[in-house]
Design a protein around this ligand. Structure first.
Ligand SMILES: NC(=O)c1ccc[n+]([C@@H]2O[C@H](COP(=O)([O-])OP(=O)(O)OC[C@H]3O[C@@H](n4cnc5c(N)ncnc54)[C@H](O)[C@@H]3O)[C@@H](O)[C@H]2O)c1
Length: 454
């Protein structure tokens, strides 16, 4: 099928490349010239495992191309995906300006083209309930003679495993009113539908709310475990044992129960905030989603405060090596990463930060310009830790677990690790001479031998 993707960011690019790899003809529209040029020269502007290989393959066989010309891109399209950002405004409401202008551009192009076949406009961006209906009505007014349908098709991929998720979706949710558009969607996704019941059609509002409900539920599970770490630390319990004990109950299941120093990313924080806002619009105060967010903010504060409390010296003037800036492993995405708040809090308390990440350092450096003089950007974790008063691990990159800890301990001013992702091994830390503070797990504490500073 002929597919157009408007917005080639994390979702649009992965969706476009995956659909091209399934045999569709895909044209990606990207208005950011830096990203567009990178894509046109055959390179991904984001890091996502497996994406570059698939891009090479699909560019080579001509099944994908990139442009900034919407009219040209939708000329032959049967489906047009809207994959633009829907970021949060400062008050938690959703900024719909990108979607509105992308919708308008597509609408203008369709009205000029006057195609005589059905064009299905697919809203893949995460949007508040009612958006697809509004878009449909807007199009009906603006281009009364065009033959089109609007469907909501929320995306459930996870950064870090986005290609795999896109090619093996748990389910495909399609919201709308047009049986013809549903059939078109079913045809487009045919190679990905392993079981018929995993292709779900519903009305627009149900599809839109499914996305917010799913993300709020996942964030709730993490926040539930995060709050439990307070009890674990007080009573001497181990959150990992509890996770296994709880997660093996088939009614609960094991996913998204890992405690840490707070969730982040481009989706959970904004979608939970949006859920609170759309609840307000519906006239009630959603206590549940408010609690999820409060717990998440507290958890980041608790982590930074724990560093200050257990450092064995005043935090003011201390040097903290921050391992991990991306919001999770296997991505360069730092949007709403917990490390942003942790770094800011450490700096506010007077610490100097030496920051390291495997993929996200460049993005974080651009983002934290206002406190650039308080941060050293370091190319490897061993150098970041040398001479530091503690390590604060904020991202679960697996590479952090295999560091030469004995060597690292010897070069630090004080060998202390605060493990904000519970990904290091307690025994390894003890055997290598570290004080070790995970989240909701018993620490390794002993008399600290501070080195003399010159
Ligand atoms: N990132 C995720 O993991 C994820 C997962 C599921 C759903 N979502 C949702 O998908 C949507 C997109 O998220 P993302 O992370 O891909 O955002 P992104 O910011 O990475 O990508 C959006 C892209 O759209 C481009 N763009 C904006 N307006 C445009 C226009 N008029 N024409 C052409 N290009 C335009 C931007 O330049 C940008 O490259 C959001 O609603 C998000 O909530 C994201």
């Amino acid at each position: 099928m002929d597919v157009t993707i408007i917005g080639c960011g994390y979702v649009g690019l992965v969706t476009g490349v995956c659909l091209a790899s399934l045999g569709h003809t895909v044209r990606g529209v990207e208005k950011d010239q830096r990203k567009l040029k990178t894509l046109q020269s055959g390179h991904c502007h984001i890091f996502e495992p497996g994406l570059q290989d698939l891009l090479n393959e699909t560019l080579a066989n001509g099944s994908i191309s990139f442009t900034d010309n919407v009219k040209e891109a939708v000329k032959d399209a049967e489906v047009v995906f809207l994959c633009v950002g829907t970021p949060p405004k400062p008050d938690g409401t959703v900024d719909m300006s990108f979607l509105e202008s992308a919708g308008k551009e597509v609408c203008d192009a369709l009205s000029e083209l006057k195609n005589d076949w059905l064009v299905t406009i697919i809203v893949k961006s995460t949007v508040p309930a009612g958006t697809n209906r509004k878009l449909y009505n807007f199009l009906k007014q603006q281009v009364p003679n065009a033959y089109y349908a609007v469907v909501s098709n929320p995306e459930f991929l996870k950064e870090g495993t986005a290609v795999q998720d896109c090619l093996n979706p748990d389910r495909i949710v399609v919201g709308g009113e047009s049986p013809e558009a549903f059939r078109m969607m079913r045809r487009m996704y045919d190679p990905l539908v392993k079981r018929e019941e995993n292709f779900m059609t519903m009305n627009w509002e149900s599809a839109e709310l499914t996305k917010y409900a799913a993300n709020s539920m996942l964030a709730a599970r993490i926040s539930f475990m995060n709050e439990l770490t307070i009890l674990c630390e007080y009573y001497g319990a181990d959150i990992e044992d509890i996770r296994k004990g709880m997660g093996s109950d088939t009614r609960i299941g094991p996913a998204f129960l890992r405690a840490g120093c707070g969730y982040g990313g481009s989706c959970f924080p904004k979608d939970v905030a949006a859920m609170e806002h759309i609840s307000k619009q519906a006239g009630y105060d959603n206590l549940f989603v408010r609690a999820i967010q409060t717990i998440n903010e507290n958890q980041k504060k608790r982590f930074a405060q724990k560093i200050a409390d257990k450092l064995g010296r005043p935090i003011e003037g201390a040097t903290i090596a921050v391992w991990g800036l991306a919001f999770k492993a296997d991505t360069d995405d730092i949007r709403e990463s917990a490390s942003i708040d942790v770094i800011r809090m450490l700096v506010e308390k007077g610490a100097k930060v030496r920051a390291h990440d495997y993929k996200g350092a460049e993005n974080m450096r651009a983002y934290l310009k206002d406190i650039a003089d308080k941060i050293d950007w370091v190319a490897d974790p061993v150098t970041a830790a040398a001479g530091a008063d503690a390590i604060a691990l904020c991202t679960d990159w697996p590479q952090y677990t295999t560091q030469p800890f004995r060597k690292i301990a010897a070069t630090m001013n004080s060998p202390i690790i605060f493990d904000g992702r519970n990904c290091l091994h307690r025994d390894v830390m003890r055997e290598n001479g570290f004080q070790y503070y995970p989240m909701g797990r018993p620490p390794v504490e002993k008399e600290l031998r501070l080195k003399q500073r010159n």
